[in-house]
Design a protein around this ligand. Structure first.
Ligand code: AHR
Length: 509
């Protein structure tokens, strides 16, 4: 295949938050995976598992969503603040976690983690078993600058300055575990919660720093006769618009209809099915974007000069990843191995999110540690970086860059996928090539603009597509530098792999 990269074919700026992560109290994602406690024999920094923390420091996730997911619907933030010895113990039944929950990792532990990593926190409130008052107090505890009781309590817990949490999710998957609501029931509930959000401004004309995220659909799936996005936005147009900044669609690449296919055992049919499944997200997000904007177009002009018209809502993919069937029965809950098949779908998903950066502004991989599409797996005191971790690292240069439209030259090689972006100052190109065929090697020729030079090339590949990293072989699949020939036409042989190429463009004469 021949790929022509034209740096002038711009799509738009890639919001770094497309590389977000999601952590939840399920299985060993937080307890054990991220948090072991200060008294643990496992090496830790103030309770955070050191090896996980170090890996996350290098990863620099731009945004982290917490505490769930479904878990958020039973989470009472007060259980997780103050002296750890006095915190409540509850029982976590979510997704068969079946563990005592000692709430050692709470709001301050989460927000300190975000500060250490330079990540924006996204907190999902409890809309199902929580109250408006509870949500409001949580926001006050996190963000109030004035010395209220809650702000003083935060200071007493070690953080005098407000955390400034901007992103707040109002409900999670409310069409299922989050309340089995209809769009209209949800919209009524959403109005109650969103209209009670404090603004954290002292000037009525100043925009609020608070960003409210409404619950979007499960991909394009209708629920009974409900068309989620159409009905939600139609309802929104019918009556006054509450604060709504983002709309959170979830997409899992369900691999659950073939018992013989497991995370590590699959044939070519299983490989192809999972690859094709992840690509469905591109049509879904484009459909949902159109439906959202069709709905917004129904909103009438405001009746008074004091009202503003809602004209835009960001599309967010708050949870995405591969979900293989055995994860349902796994103990610890939802833990699954990550092979080259998952690495390839992770690369293709990042490609399609970035390619649609004019439509999607934030996305979170589900989940970072020990749950589903993990970047990190832990086994006792061992911490293993999965091939997904390497993919996210290889994609770092795209954050904040300008996505380019790369036409595909010949359709015969449709298992080779290309994504390219240009640095903000226009001096560099970043190219990713992914060979999504299970067995065959594809030779790809990259045609670069005149005078351009390849300056770095890295490849994540494995001899066997079933390869994964385990406690016994933690580096079986690892990205490595590739020798580059200093020529304008670069040949790459991806071969069931994903490849990162950095190119320096010739300065404009
Ligand atoms: O990521 C696991 C679960 O998947 C989340 O808790 C829920 O939101 C989704 O169904």
């Amino acid at each position: 295949m021949t790929v022509f990269i034209n740096p002038n074919q711009e799509i738009g700026r890639i919001d770094p938050k497309l590389h977000g992560q999601f952590i939840e109290f399920l299985g060993e994602c937080i307890d054990e995976g991220l948090w072991v406690g200060e008294d643990s024999p496992i090496e830790n920094e103030s309770g955070y598992r050191k090896a996980t923390l170090d890996a996350l420091r290098a990863l620099k996730p731009p945004v982290i969503r917490w505490p769930g997911g479904c878990y958020a619907d039973t989470y009472h933030w007060r259980d997780g603040v103050g002296a750890r010895v006095g915190r409540r113990t509850t029982f976590n039944e979510n997704f068969a976690t079946y563990e005592l929950d000692n709430h050692a990792f709470g709001t301050d532990e989460f927000l300190r983690l975000c500060e250490m990593l330079g990540a924006e926190p996204w907190i999902n409130i409890n809309m199902l078993s929580g109250t408006v008052a509870e949500m409001k107090d949580w926001m006050e505890y996190c963000n109030r600058e004035q010395p209220t009781d809650l702000a003083l309590e935060r200071a007493a817990n070690g953080h005098e300055k407000p955390y400034g949490v901007k992103y707040w999710g109002i409900g999670n998957e409310v069409w299922a575990g989050g309340g089995m609501m209809t769009p209209s029931t949800y919209l009524d509930e959403y109005r109650r919660f969103a209209s009670a959000m404090p603004s954290f401004t002292t000037d009525v004309f100043a925009p609020s720093p608070m960003y409210a995220i409404a619950c979007g659909p499960d991909g394009n799936k209708p629920r009974e006769r409900v068309k989620w996005t159409e009905d939600f936005f139609r309802g929104l147009a019918e009556y006054r618009q509450p604060r709504i900044n983002g709309y959170d669609l979830h997409f899992y690449n369900w691999n659950v209809d073939d018992d013989a296919d497991t995370p590590t055992e699959f044939d070519e049919h299983g490989w192809d099915k999972v690859i094709a499944g992840c690509l469905e997200l591109e049509d879904i997000l484009r459909d949902q974007w159109r439906l959202m904007n069709d709905g917004l177009a129904l909103i009438a002009e405001p009746e008074t000069a004091m009202d503003t018209k809602l004209t835009h809502v960001d599309l967010i993919i708050g949870e995405w990843g591969n979900w293989h069937k055995p994860a349902f029965f796994a103990r610890p809950a939802l833990k699954q191995q990550v092979t080259m098949r998952d690495a390839v779908t992770t690369a293709l998903t990042l490609d399609l999110l970035q390619r649609n950066c004019d439509k999607v502004s934030m996305a979170c991989n589900a989940q970072t540690i020990n749950v589903l599409n993990s970047l990190i797996l832990t086994e006792g005191d061992q911490t293993i970086l999965t091939p997904n971790y390497d993919v996210f690292m290889m994609y770092q240069p795209h954050r904040g860059a300008v996505a380019l439209d790369v036409p595909r030259a010949d359709a015969d090689d449709d298992h080779v996928y290309v994504f390219a972006s240009k640095s903000g100052d226009g001096s560099e190109l970043f190219v990713n090539l992914t060979n999504a065929h299970m067995g065959s090697v594809a030779e790809t020729t990259l045609v670069l603009p005149a005078g351009a030079r390849v300056v770095r090339m890295r490849e994540l590949a494995s001899a066997d597509p079933h390869d994964c990293n385990t406690a016994d072989a933690p580096d079986m699949v690892r990205a490595r530098d590739v020798d580059i020939a200093d020529e304008e036409r670069v040949k790459v042989r991806p071969g069931t792999s994903t490849c990162e190429i950095a190119v320096r463009l010739a300065p404009a004469s």
